[in-house]
Design a protein around this ligand. Structure first.
Ligand code: ADP
Length: 519
């Protein structure tokens, strides 16, 4: 039979175990362990050291130890390696430190915190200022208490990890670029992230607690199955049922629509009951634009390929007719058209190859010392001959320095900009090419008096395949490759390109190339 004292002790231990294990905040748990230890052993101070995630044994919390000494304790070098030895090493260091502090010879009891058979979590140290050492009874008492304390520490740590993990997941969901909503099994919205708020143009608070179908309305379904359709077909029968996907346009708060793909995934609990449906919404706008651009590009390229081929074929067939005689002049003129059209074809093919090289990061230049004061007038002269209906003007600063550049490629840049200036401006208008130097760059500018480029397109015109409104609306021939390649060439030289235009009356393209470093 247990003595009265034993019964009381057992009840007491039970009581503190309950208090301990009901707490989940690690610092609170440690504080409680220390207070209870001092209480239990009538000691004057206690301290707890734990093994961190990185395997280092460190003092985590203390009770009843004055700040100056505690500071020194905290400054003790962390212990690693054989952790059981570390327990006693720390004990020795603590006694020594207290003694050196003039606090006399402390009595210490060190009790490892072990989980299950051999998972070492750390140790509790209890101190008595003077008097006899700790007895076997006290050791036994602390032993029983330490078992409970180890469980409490472990729980609190697991809980801490869980909270940390949940925070991480919440952040991932909240800041994901895709729209994400979490629904309960009856489709009521429990979570609604930023991206989805942005896509729909509403605040998360307006969506939380409402039914998914009230908030997220798909108009214009293009493919797949809506959540309702999938459920009508029995989805999700099993816990690893494949996600349901649907593509269409989302209705936004302002009445506009957004092209999206939605995926629904079912989440079951351990008992096999459907608890949540996770909705991921992916914005397809860019993808659609790219698709559209690709289609326009293919149409444009086919057209650009067909025209010269048709001309070459037409002239060649005519010349080959045996039932007609051609004058020397007709012959020469026809062959000239064939030659010009063949040049146009090979230029187009070169551009396509350059674009694919640039995509693959294999675009190279061969720079030499280049005199723009010589090159620019030469290129402009060629255009003057080809396009007599436009007026060309060249204005170059007198002190134009040499640049280190690829002659053929810079010629291509100038040709692209000048031919666009001609293409997008009315006959009779002026095209001006100028160049000047700044302390670090040489700036070439090509201006025209044409259609201009609206502000919202001024970045996009340098993208691959992009053709402006002014080109597509009027059916101006082109492939949307010219300015893209121009930018690629300029950037390969370490330079920059930009356009200035008020969107109505004319545009000025600027190309800045780095000046050659002295020497
Ligand atoms: P494209 O083959 O369409 O001419 P570019 O890449 O050369 O392709 O130009 C892209 C777009 O930029 C053109 O479709 C046109 O809308 C616009 N653009 C280029 N140069 C000019 C200009 N000088 N004036 C007005 N618009 C221009």
């Amino acid at each position: 039979m247990l003595t009265d004292y034993r019964v009381r002790q057992r009840d007491y231990l039970l009581q503190i175990a309950r208090a301990l294990t009901s707490r989940l905040n690690l610092n609170e748990v440690l504080g409680l362990i220390l207070r209870q230890t001092t209480d239990l052993l009538a000691s004057h101070a206690a301290l707890i050291a734990l093994v961190d995630e990185d395997g280092v044994y460190r003092v985590r919390q203390a009770y009843g130890i004055a700040e100056p000494l505690l500071e020194r304790i905290r400054a003790l070098p962390p212990l690693k390696g054989d952790l059981r030895r570390a327990v006693h090493e720390l004990e020795r260091q603590l006694v020594e430190l207290a003694f050196n502090f003039g606090l006399g010879r402390w009595q210490v009891i060190a009790m490892p915190l072990v989980l299950g058979k051999d998972e070492f979590l750390g140790a509790i140290y209890a101190f008595r200022r003077r008097g006899a050492g700790f007895g076997a009874d006290e050791y036994q008492l602390l032993r029983s208490f330490a078992d409970q304390a180890a469980i409490a520490v472990n729980n609190a740590r697991l809980y801490e990890q869980l909270v940390q993990e949940k925070r991480r997941l919440d952040a991932i969901l909240e800041f994901s670029a895709d729209g994400i909503a979490i629904l309960d099994s009856a489709h009521y919205i429990q979570m609604f992230n930023r991206a989805l708020s942005r896509m729909l143009g509403i605040h998360a608070e307006q969506a939380l607690g409402r039914r998914f179908e009230e908030i997220v309305v798909l108009v214009n379904k293009r493919s797949g199955m809506t959540l309702a359709e999938a459920e009508a077909g029995g989805w999700p029968l099993v816990s690893d049922a494949p996600a349901v996907r649907v593509e269409g346009d989302l209705r936004r708060a302002d009445g506009s629509t957004l092209s999206v793909e939605m995926a629904f995934t079912a989440l079951f609990n351990a008992r096999g009951r459907l608890v949540n449906i996770i909705v991921a919404v992916h914005d397809l706008t860019r993808f659609r634009l790219a698709e559209e651009m690709k289609a326009t590009f293919i149409a444009a390229v086919s057209h650009e390929l067909k025209t010269p081929v048709a001309l070459i074929k037409g002239y060649a067939s005519t010349l080959l007719r045996t039932d007609a005689q051609w004058s020397e002049q007709t012959l020469r003129e026809s062959l000239k058209v064939i030659e010009e059209e063949a040049d146009r074809l090979s230029e187009l093919i070169e551009n396509l190859l350059d674009a694919s090289r640039a995509q693959a990061g294999r675009f190279r230049i061969a720079p030499v010392e280049l005199d723009l004061a010589e090159l620019i007038p030469r290129v402009v002269q060629k255009f003057q001959t080809q396009s007599p209906s436009h007026q060309f003007a060249v204005s170059l600063a007198s002190d134009l320095p040499l640049v280190y550049a690829d002659e053929a490629r810079i010629t291509q840049v100038l040709s692209n900009l000048i031919s666009n200036a001609v293409k997008y401006s009315p006959p009779g208008s002026k095209v001006q090419v100028s160049a000047r130097a700044t302390p670090t760059e040489v700036i070439i500018s090509v201006s025209d008096e044409g259609l201009g480029i609206p502000r919202e397109e001024q970045e996009r015109i340098f993208e691959r395949f992009y053709r402006g409104e002014n080109a597509t609306r009027r059916g101006t021939p082109g492939t949307g490759l010219g300015l893209y390649l121009t930018r690629i060439i300029v950037e390969a030289h370490g330079g920059r390109i930009w356009v200035e235009s008020d969107g109505k009356s004319g545009s000025t393209f600027h190309v800045a190339l780095p000046r050659m470093a002295a020497g």
